[in-house]
Design a protein. Structure first.
Length: 150
């Protein structure tokens, strides 16, 4: 159990992975979890032409969706057993074209309270070993106590 997060459930990684498998939208776009740790989740998304806008960049909606997912699951890693997570608010700034072989969204918990949790969001466009920050944001989550994710 991490000293930084007092509510960390011992099976946090299994809970996150099980919930992610039930995310029909993430399955639809072929997103996958690439990193799960206390207060941290990364989601990877391979390039597909059907996920792009008119210039061939990943669509901003897709970029925002994986950022929201990464932050939500980062928060979920530190929530107590028997709870679930919902996004209350998130803001995303698209700061460079999301052009690459894949995207990686990173969610990082910056403060976790009993009810509200706050996360930093970042999305990188990756080609080969070159990463370009293409989006950044912040998110507020609510912990739904005694309402397990099902």
């Amino acid at each position: 159990m991490s000293a930084r997060f007092k509510h960390l459930a011992p099976d946090y990684e299994e809970r996150v992975r099980d919930s992610f498998r039930r995310q029909n939208f993430m399955t639809l776009i072929s997103a996958s979890l690439s990193h799960v740790a206390p207060g941290e989740v990364d989601i990877d998304l391979p390039y597909r032409a059907d996920l792009t806008q008119q210039h061939g960049f990943f669509d901003g909606g897709v970029t925002g969706a994986i950022a929201d997912g990464a932050g939500g699951y980062a928060g979920y890693t530190v929530f107590p057993a028997g709870s679930s997570v919902l996004t209350v608010e998130f803001k995303i700034n698209l700061i460079a074209p999301a052009k690459g072989d894949r995207l990686r969204a990173q969610g990082r918990v910056i403060k976790s309270g009993r009810t509200l949790t706050f996360c930093d969001l970042a999305v990188y466009a990756i080609t080969g070993g070159q990463e370009t920050l293409c989006a950044t944001g912040q998110q507020t989550l609510i912990c739904l106590h005694d309402r397990p994710d099902s």
